[in-house]
Design a binder for this molecule. Sequence first.
Ligand code: FMN
Length: 205
Amino acid sequence: MEFSTLVDLRHSVKEYDSSATISDDQLKSLFARVVMSPSAFNLQHWTFVVARDPALKQELQAAALGQPQVGSCSAVVMVCGRLDAHTGVRDVFQGAPDEVVEKIDGIAQHIYGGSEQMQRDEAIRGATLAAMTLMYAATDQGLQSGGMIGYDPDAVTRLLEIPDNYIPVMMVVLGTSNGDMPPRSSRRPLDEVVKLEKFSGAGLS
Ligand SMILES: Cc1cc2nc3c(=O)[nH]c(=O)nc-3n(C[C@H](O)[C@H](O)[C@H](O)COP(=O)(O)O)c2cc1C
């Protein structure tokens, strides 16, 4: 699918056909693309927890302010971000020359090692880029999706047994739309959101 078509077709969908399912093969096809997302130092901060069990989806819906799409979608994907991903540089760069690994590891420790804020920021950045890829990959496969942050992170962490070194960055519901595509929501104009040369510069017009 053309990228411009993909962008036009992706909407946040809230009404799903609750009888539609997503198979393991469909998930494999989706996530094979998702893991191609970029991440700092290629640390791949993401882990995805996919909930398809109806009872679990009901519990997640309750933890997500009762939002109905969580219960009616085919799969709820919790995109989790790893806080201590910088400790895994040696795993990611296996096979690289020792001096290269040493150098990259040193830089990563310098950037993240002493800063919980940077660890958290990077976990969120990495997981968010993956969530975006997931939503576009879903559109490309004829599925609908919706990114969500309206949930209680503690409740979701407990329900999905997310370990302490991960945070639940974004929920993405996947499924088959049960109605007309919602109208495209408005966007701020380009001259307001794109500034040339400096933030105080002219808007792109
Ligand atoms: C991080 C994030 C959190 C969101 N949280 C929710 C949510 O909890 N519930 C909801 O109905 N929509 C949620 N949305 C959907 C947005 O409202 C939607 O993306 C926005 O209105 C633009 O519409 P579009 O995605 O159809 O282009 C969320 C989107 C993002 C990216």
